[in-house]
Design a binder for this molecule. Structure first.
Ligand code: MEV
Length: 309
């Protein structure tokens, strides 16, 4: 009479936004963003209990449209009515920080519903349903966040192509910092689309260069060249800023990381808030960068040893 479903968030190392335009991205599963959905038997109308809302499913606010739609679509697939259960969604971090929590919420909830109704869930069906939620959340998703909800290892991802697991065997640490400001993935994705209408050549060139930097970063990882990886991260951040998807808080944290020991630093994910990442040579540096980021206004930091994915 009770079932759960879980899913991971992700950190994009390189390639956010340009991945929407067919360029590659490298992303890492990030257990700090794990989501757990629980379905329990009750009598009567369905209730929803999550970070933003507690109450009847039928009165859930507009900002949860991606979640409510994916629940309806999943029930259609399962041929089950919308009644006699409660839905509780728990997240280990606040939503909308560019860590893929919207895709993870969808995937965890789809899994929980399939478990509750004791139906087998294929990966293709999970992807199809998660994508419905992502289209509402982001407008034009590349599919990267959806792919990451089911991946236990880092991925080299190109939209529409087979997903390639990829080992981040580079001797370095990643420091992730949360600006505390809600990210705006949908707005950021839309603003690049608008920019590409207004200045097609400059926008296409920036997107293409971001793709080139991601491929160079992949090579730097494979050849264990962390200093070069840091340089590519810095260049990527400048281009993302040029494309209008950074903001004051992200730029401040990037500057604080670089003023400490970071080999490189950039925003991660949708941008305009959310999180940034910094690359550190060793654990002592990572600790120093983390302290500097907290001092510069980050509300939370995580340290991730690369290669232990
Ligand atoms: C969002 O986590 C990543 C973006 O590249 C959008 C997408 O890939 O769908 C900004």
């Amino acid at each position: 009479m009770k079932a759960t479903g879980t899913a991971n968030g992700k950190i994009i190392l390189m390639g956010e936004h340009s991945v929407v335009y067919g360029e590659p991205a490298v992303a890492i599963p990030f257990p700090a963003t794990s989501i757990e959905t629980t379905i329990k038997k009750i009598t009567g109308p369905v209730t929803l209990d999550c970070f933003f809302y507690h109450g009847p499913f039928s009165q859930a606010p507009e900002r949860l449209l991606n979640v409510t739609t994916v629940i309806m679509k999943t029930l259609e697939k399962l041929q089950q009515p919308l009644e006699n259960f409660s839905i509780t969604i728990k997240s280990t971090i606040p939503a909308e920080r560019g860590m893929g929590s919207s895709a993870a919420v969808a995937a965890a909830t789809i899994r929980a519903l399939f478990n509750y109704f004791k139906k087998e869930l294929t990966t293709a069906c999970l992807m199809e349903l998660t994508d419905i939620s992502e289209k509402i959340a982001h407008g034009n998703p590349s599919g990267l966040d959806t792919a990451m909800t089911s991946s236990q290892s880092p991925l080299f991802f190109i939209k529409g192509q087979p997903i390639i697991p990829f080992s981040l065997n580079v001797s370095a640490y990643l420091v992730v910092a949360d600006t505390g400001v809600t990210g705006q993935t949908k707005e950021a994705v839309n603003s690049i689309a608008l920019l590409s209408q207004r200045s097609p050549e400059k926008t296409t060139a920036a997107i293409h260069t971001l793709g080139k930097l991601t491929r160079q970063a992949k090579l730097a990882i494979e050849q264990n060249r962390p200093a070069d990886l840091g340089v590519y991260m810095n260049e990527a951040h400048h281009l993302l800023d040029f494309l209008g998807v950074s903001n004051k808080e992200l730029n401040q944290l990037v500057a604080a990381a670089l003023a400490t020991d970071a080999l490189g630093a950039k925003l991660t994910g949708g941008g305009r808030g959310g999180c940034m990442i910094a690359l550190a040579d060793n654990k002592t540096s990572a600790d120093r960068i983390s302290a500097a980021l907290l001092k510069a206004g980050a509300v939370n930091t995580w340290i991730h040893k690369m290669g232990e994915d």
